[in-house]
Design a protein around this ligand. Structure first.
Ligand code: CA
Length: 239
C-alpha cells in the first residue's frame, strides 16, 4: 500500500504511543515518504549516527528523554530538518523548539493532511536551501565567514565550523541575496503562511546571530531596523 521507494525522502519519527506512530507513518507512507519509527529518543539518536534522515518528526514527551533534548543532540551531531509534533502547546516549548532549530511545530491532535502539508513545506524549503544558486554558486563569503550552501555549514576565517539547520540556512540565503537592503519580516518568512504574531523569524534571526557571533546587543552583521525588518550589512561574494 505504500508508494514510497528508495529515492523518497527519509523521515525519522520518534513517538512512544504506538497508535499515533502508526497514524503518522501510515499517512506519510500514503504520500510517498519513507519512514523509520523509534519509541525512544536514544534509539533515534543511535540510528542517526549511521543513517541521516532528511527530516525528523519529534514527540516531546518521551519515556527516556525530553524531545527538545533529542532535537538539541540531533542538531549538534547530524543537522536535519525537524518538525515537533506534540501534545504540549505551551509558548515556552514552541519558542525553545524553534531556538533549537526546529522548522515547524504542530500540536496534537493533528489532521493527517495538515501533517503532510507541513512536511512537504519543510522539505521544499530544505531543498531550496541546499540547491546551489541559479548562477552556479555553491558557496558565498561574507563578514569573515564562508557559507557552503549544499552542506549547510559555515566556516570562519580561523577554520571553526558551524552547522545550520535548514530553516536557518534558507533565512541566511535570503539575506545574502539582497545584502545591505532592508527585508521585511514577510519577505523573510517567504512561503510560510503570514501570521503577524509569528515570532519565529525573530527567533531564527537571534539564533543565526549567535552562530555568526554577532552581538545581539549591538549586531554588526544582521541589523534590526525597528518597525521595518532586518538588514544584512556585509560585502557578499558568491563563489
Ligand atoms: Ca509521548
Amino acid at each position: 500500500m505504500t508508494s514510497a521507494d528508495k529515492d523518497s525522502p527519509l523521515i525519522f519519527v520518534v513517538e512512544d504511543e504506538a497508535d499515533i506512530a502508526r497514524l503518522i507513518v501510515g499517512t506519510l507512507a500514503e504520500y510517498g515518504f519513507r519512514c523509520e519509527t523509534f519509541g525512544t529518543g536514544r534509539a533515534l539518536l543511535a540510528r542517526a549516527k549511521r543513517m541521516q534522515p532528511e527530516l525528523a518528526i519529534l514527540d516531546l514527551g518521551l519515556p527516556d528523554m525530553d524531545g527538545l533534548q533529542v532535537l538539541r543532540e540531533l542538531q549538534e551531531q547530524h543537522p536535519c530538518a525537524a518538525l515537533i509534533l506534540t501534545g504540549r502547546d505551551g509558548l515556552t516549548d514552541r519558542v525553545l523548539g524553534l531556538e533549537l532549530g526546529a522548522d515547524d511545530y504542530l500540536v496534537k491532535p493533528f489532521e493527517p493532511r495538515e501533517l503532510v502539508a507541513r512536511v512537504r513545506s519543510i522539505l521544499r524549503r530544505y531543498q531550496k536551501a541546499a540547491t546551489p544558486e541559479p548562477g552556479g554558486h555553491s558557496a558565498v563569503r561574507f563578514a569573515g565567514w564562508h557559507f557552503d550552501i549544499g552542506r549547510l555549514n559555515l566556516v570562519a576565517d580561523d577554520g571553526r565550523e558551524v552547522s545550520l539547520s535548514a530553516a536557518e540556512a534558507a533565512l541566511l540565503q535570503t539575506l545574502l541575496k539582497r545584502p545591505n537592503k532592508i527585508l521585511t519580516r514577510e519577505q523573510l518568512i517567504g512561503e510560510r503562511e503570514l501570521d503577524p504574531f509569528d515570532r519565529s523569524i525573530d527567533v531564527r534571526i537571534s539564533r543565526l546571530r549567535r552562530k555568526l557571533e554577532d552581538d545581539p546587543q549591538d549586531p554588526k552583521i544582521i541589523k534590526t531596523v525597528y518597525g521595518a525588518g532586518y538588514l544584512l550589512c556585509a560585502a557578499v561574494v558568491w563563489e
